[in-house]
Design a protein around this ligand. Structure first.
Ligand code: SPD
Length: 361
């Protein structure tokens, strides 16, 4: 037998426990978890976590449909979840391993069942709306007291948007959210899948395209907070995070989020386990850990998104539960619409129109 040098044997012995440590690979949206959630999970379970982030359902979907992503837990939005379940991308949850399932809000989970029959594959992580964040002073300076800050006009009316081009309008790079918002503004059904309606929405976006500085789904948090853009079509909690960052920096930037009076998309992000997850057992432990009332409350208190965990609500800061931008009023709820699941043909139409809008050609 070949004799190895002592230093090599010592190095191997030291490395052994690390090599055998259990790991979990999580793929979540950026800016979407409390600072200490992962640390607490590892302390509670001994499972090390590799944590990656994305800011687009399309990016996640490409990985899920290609397979072999290596991820154990991912966070698709409900409409994308449905399409990916149909493609066989997720494994059924083993509910015997999810002792905290009873913490979830029964009504919200029933709503999710419209996308995932019997809640077989996913549980709600967070939910929110897609609306408008704006810099209060910059808008006032440019549009005065008549600024339509409660309306999609702030972005979709070319005469208004033109006046805001210099301070910067950003828009989510999320075609399945922006086209319906534009359609809704035109008085069309935001859940329509008619080609002509998608085209009308795209035409409206083309009319304001010269005034849009960029399309991006995470950069706007810091840009709004720093006063580098003055209007962002964005996700509710992200805008509140921008407001929070500006407050903490004490930089004189005042950011506000509004659900426009014409209505907005309400969406649900969910936790699911890819069909080929390397460590489904650890994935169940992670999902169950997150469903703990205190852990979910900590996440909501940090990221400013509503969650689907009824037991966590008494532990959520009152500043959050009482904010109508996070928990819409009953009146605002009347104008919210749910994500529509597109088939492949509709998806191609939306993708083609979105490319046209983004390139401005
Ligand atoms: N920074 C976290 C953003 C989470 C947004 N989820 C996507 C919702 C899509 N409708």
């Amino acid at each position: 037998m070949k004799h190895l040098p002592l230093a090599t044997l010592i190095a191997a012995a030291l490395a052994a426990p690390l090599a055998s440590a259990e790991t979990l690979n999580v793929y979540n949206w950026s800016d979407y978890i409390a600072e200490d959630t992962i640390e607490k999970f590892t302390a509670a379970t001994g499972i090390e976590v590799n944590y990656d982030v994305y800011d687009s359902n399309e990016v996640l979907e490409a990985k899920m449909l290609a397979g072999n992503s290596g991820y154990d837990v991912v966070v698709p939005t409900s409409d994308f979840l449905q399409r990916q379940i149909a493609a066989g991308a997720y494994q059924p949850l083993d509910k015997s391993k999810l002792g905290n399932l009873g913490n979830m809000d029964a009504d919200l989970m029933e709503g999710l069942a419209g996308y995932d029959e019997g809640n077989a594959h996913a549980v709600i992580y967070m939910w929110g709306t897609t609306g408008i964040g704006y810099n209060v002073d910059m808008i006032q300076e440019r549009l005065g007291d008549d600024a339509p800050t409660d309306s999609w006009s702030l972005v979709f009316d070319p005469a208004v948007a033109a006046k805001l081009a210099d301070c910067g309008i950003s828009v989510l790079d999320a075609p399945t959210e922006l086209l319906p918002a534009a359609m809704n503004y035109l008085g069309l059904d935001p859940r329509s899948t008619e080609k002509a309606d998608f085209e009308a929405g795209a035409d409206l976006l083309m009319a304001v395209r010269p005034y849009i500085r960029y399309f991006h789904s995470s950069q706007y948090i810091s840009d709004l907070a720093n006063g580098d853009v003055c209007v962002s079509v964005g996700w509710s909690g992200d805008i509140f995070q921008a407001r929070d960052r500006a407050d903490e920096a004490d930089n004189g930037v005042a950011v506000t989020y509004v659900i426009p009076k014409e209505g907005a998309l309400q969406w649900f992000d969910t936790m699911a386990i890819p069909v080929d997850a390397p460590n489904p057992d650890a994935a169940h432990k992670f999902i169950d850990f997150v469903m703990d009332a205190q852990i979910t409350a900590d996440i909501t208190n940090y990221v400013w998104y509503a969650n689907g965990n009824a037991a966590s609500m008494p532990l959520v800061d009152e500043e959050i539960t009482s904010d109508p931008g996070i928990f819409p009023t009953d009146a605002a709820k009347q104008n919210l619409w749910a994500s529509k699941v597109y088939n492949a043909r509709q998806d191609r139409t939306v993708t083609r129109l979105w490319t046209k809008v983004k390139t401005g050609q």
